[in-house]
Design a protein around this ligand. Structure first.
Ligand code: NAP
Length: 360
């Protein structure tokens, strides 16, 4: 590929099965701007959810492109290959939110030793966490052994870490057991890991619900006390419960809510991996949507950014070291394989024991 060409993987916003690859000439770099070459990025169901909720939660607004297409945001690393900025230097590497492209131009502001914020007009009203680029050399969580796991796990683990603290702060809303749907997802595994780590103090039963084909894998991690298939939910003990819903299947959640009835204290709505199911979640009692960027801001305010980051990083590194025994990295290096992976991910046909890193 020529150095001045930018390749992008796009999807039709109204029909996310329709994919499209573009190759466009890079525009001259603007005054004060920095050009990052995207080295690699992670791809999980979370990115499919960005597409599914692209209009509602404004994920299409991060990296605008011509209609009817949208660019799905991904987490990864980029290296500065050109700079019209006095502070940001060519050769520096940053972790952050990228388009599924080869290059991204940013306008750095709020620069400090840890990184900068992209100040482009179209990103200013979007959640700040998505606009921050972390200088890899200043990231205490970064080391070469876990470098490729970080873009896969960090955004998901951060969510689970925040859910854990959200529940803990409220004394688990009097629940004796915490039920996690989509138990094989990295987000659920991370929360189950957090709950397991603190189980001796918290004393909560950790229950996973998953598809029949994923039971063995989920059980093997030992993060859950008991694992059920979705069909066998009625074997769950009827006791004071909180549900953390990662899969977002409306009918199943409704059934579970009816089954637990008065014993159900709260439902934390987190994910939408099972995105083809539909229903108005607010019709199910005691549901509340959990948006990680909002909770991260609150966590920063409660503990201070330094302390909060330290707490998060410590737990994150511990989780990656442990889960890397069960989830193996898989590298995607060409566009056709990326396309197949994407469609499989949209259809929920991806093996949860794999963590995908894309390098094209
Ligand atoms: N609210 C927030 O702030 C926030 C933050 C981070 C993540 N999330 C959400 O958490 C969810 C999990 O993300 P992840 O990246 O951790 O997932 P992941 O590791 O890629 O999860 C894979 C698992 O999700 C389920 N699944 C995936 N696609 C499916 C489909 N099409 N139909 C049915 N089930 C499907 C299956 O689990 P089972 O067989 O176990 O059901 C599958 O094994 C996403 O919806 C993500 O957006 C939300």
């Amino acid at each position: 590929m020529e150095n001045n060409m930018n390749q992008t993987f796009r999807v039709e916003k109204q029909n996310i099965y329709n994919v499209d690859h573009t190759q466009t000439q890079l525009a001259p770099l603007e005054e004060g701007a920095v050009r990052l070459k995207i080295e690699l990025f992670a791809f999980t169901s979370n990115n499919v959810t960005y597409a599914v909720t692209g209009f509602k939660l404004k994920y299409w607004n991060f990296f605008p492109t011509e209609e009817p297409y949208g660019i799905i945001p991904v987490w990864g690393y980029g290296e500065v290959v050109a700079s019209n900025h006095s502070v940001i230097q060519v050769g520096e590497r940053y972790y952050g939110y990228f388009p599924m492209s080869t290059f991204l131009d940013v306008q750095p502001t709020k620069i400090n030793a840890y990184g900068f914020t992209d100040n482009q007009v179209h990103r200013r009203d979007l959640a700040p966490i998505y606009n921050h680029y972390m200088n890899v050399s200043a990231d205490p969580a970064y080391n070469d052994q876990i470098a490729n796991y970080l873009p896969i796990i960090k955004p998901l683990f951060a969510t689970s870490f925040l859910i854990y603290h959200f529940l803990k702060k409220q004394d688990f809303i009097n629940a004796d057991q915490i039920l996690l749907t989509g138990a094989s997802s990295k987000t659920s595994l991370a929360l189950a890991f957090m709950l397991k780590q603190h189980q001796a103090v918290d004393g909560k039963n950790i229950i996973g619900l998953t598809s029949a084909g994923n039971v063995d894998f989920v059980q093997a991690t030992n993060y859950y006390d008991t694992v059920f298939t979705y069909e066998h939910f009625a074997q769950i003990k009827s006791q004071q419960s909180v549900i953390v819903d990662i899969s977002g299947n409306y009918n199943r959640l409704q059934q579970l809510s009816d089954y637990l009835n008065d014993q159900l204290q709260h439902i934390v709505l987190v994910g939408l991996t099972d995105w083809k199911s539909s229903g108005k979640f607010s019709n199910i009692p005691k549901t509340k949507f959990f948006f990680a960027p909002t909770h991260l801001q609150q966590f920063y305010e409660a503990f201070g950014v330094g302390k909060a980051t330290q707490m998060l990083n410590k737990a994150l590194v511990k989780f990656i070291k442990d889960m890397s025994r069960y989830i193996k990295l898989e590298l995607v290096t060409d566009r056709d394989t990326l396309c197949k992976l994407y469609v499989h991910m949209v259809d929920g046909k991806v093996d949860p024991q794999k963590g995908y890193i894309v390098k094209i």
